[in-house]
Design a binder for this molecule. Sequence first.
Ligand SMILES: [Zn+2]
Ligand SMILES: [Zn+2]
Length: 390
Amino acid sequence: MPQYWTRLRKSLGFVALTMPMFVPFGMRKAFRRLAFLCGLLLFGGCVAIACSAYLLRDIQAYPESPQFENGRFRNPVPRPPLNFWNNPKLMWTFFFDKPAGTVPQQAIPVIRLTQADLLNAADNSVFRLGHSTLLFKINGKFWLTDPVFAERVSPLSWFGPKRFHEVPIALEALPPLEAVILSHNHYDHLDHDAVRQLAGKTRHFIAPLGVGDLLVSRGIPAEKVQQLDWWQGTQVDGLRLIATPAQHFSGRGLRDSDKTLWCSWVIQSGDFRLFFSGDSGYFDGFKTIGDRYGPFDMAFMETGAYDPHWAYVHMLPEQTLQGFKDLRGQWLFPIHNGTFDLSLHAWNDPFERITALAAKHDINLATPKIGAPTRFLAPQAGSAWWRAKP
Ligand SMILES: [Zn+2]
Ligand SMILES: [Zn+2]
């Protein structure tokens, strides 16, 4: 067997080296890129199929859920076909021809945190650790959303979008957590390695339907895991957490798409109401959530990884602003930006656009540096740190 593998490798290497010789000189660069794209698709397909087979073992059906139909979860408004994988021009642009500035040229400022900083921090504070990872301190306890500590958000440790900045605090240095709150199973929201490492210091894992099954299958004790359908709530140490709708999708491979649910979260106590959007396109659910649970003291809302091609699953900044108004928010805290390159826009475009929109519409906007504390009942705007020159 090994000799066949060696022969195959040699043959592929020979083809890769000699094929460009038969291509006119001026077209060789394009040829190599095309070959790379084909190889990437082939390799990606194999990885996705392998991941799916592995993941499908652990996924259960939830026919009793109003969101579950024909073996998959669905949004109330049907999703148009995602036109990324069947749009070669868009894929070409995404992999080879990205506009300038999708990755920052200079280091992003990060406020480093120690466990002592967190233990001494004021109650009702939030620290953004990056992307959609938020660490709340409430009633002296710590709560973490969508924890991602990985260097890359992909099934492979050496390939895929790489983080722009370090996490402000090492995972091992985090204090004990009351709960980890998850919105869905995409790689930029569910980092299985991080979750596994957090299991020992976390009392509760709260997730949408099906995502809890994934956690249990990866070794998180079942008694720590709660999974909820849309509009279901749970009480954890004085906090009420309600899984609310989002217009999105799920999946970590090819065959597990929409097999687990996605959601946003309402987090409320007698003193405050917060909203965490997870990932979502703009939909009338924001109005419904606002009517039922608003107004919100602070809404942490997706503002990044958008593009008109996939506006159904990720909001453009104008839609984020409208969703925030629908929710009846007091302060808007944009998330899902500044950490990973997941779209075609400049890395700082979300900050610039939402800042301009907030000023125009007289909306309170909180844009703290990564790692800086924000008192969500007495917030401050934060500086335009993304404009700073090194
Ligand atoms: Zn997502
Ligand atoms: Zn996301």
